[in-house]
Ligand binder design. Sequence first.
Ligand code: C5P
Length: 227
Amino acid sequence: NKKITIAIDGFSSTGKSTIAKLIAKKYNYIYVDTGAMYRAVSLFAKQHNFVGNDFLDKEKLISNLNDISLSFKFNEDLGFAEMFLNDKNVEQEIRTLEVSQLVSKVATISEVRRKLVAEQQQMGAKGGIVMDGRDIGTVVFPNAELKLFMTASADKRATRRYKELLDKGDKVTFEEILFNVEERDRIDSTREDSPLIKADDAIEFNNSDMGIDEQFERICTLVDRKI
Ligand code: C5P
């Protein structure tokens, strides 16, 4: 079988990573969550106090980019790779609402994108990869054999994210999650560098009313046609 590249883009909390992990497992592909990388850079900015209330010192972050080393390490128990920032496991820390409130701002910085895109292209150089994000089919792998674009209503997406955070014990309200989901989509879709848009050759999936099994089955059919 041919080892292809599968690019999954779309709005936040559309279940991209859930589906990507299932596909990677079935086809024995590598899964890369590129959002985790932007989140880790955002965490770094917080740790170094480049961030205040409603303020991000972009220049400081840019001049310290060489001190950021990102890596994924596969966790056998979880069945997926966890994000490491300068050799420290930050998988939990990058998923907080605080980081979610900062990450889209960090993701507008071209220098940050250039660094992360280069690393992503290297990880996927040999194919056999499922990568999810916002610009995978448009910028990172414009020649990917299969491109998916996931959408769902903002309400469904916020509900999904809200439940996840509640389960983890985070104290958040539905309203702030809904606001964050919509705000990130707005910033991501309107930024100048690599905005979130559907690639011409991407297949759109609106999963507002589609269960995970049905999506998985449909996507596997698409993959099987390509390999
Ligand atoms: O996928 P996730 O929701 O964790 O991504 C967090 C944020 O990282 C997005 O809202 C977006 O601002 C940024 N991102 C990006 N390009 C990617 C992946 C994520 O700009 N390829």
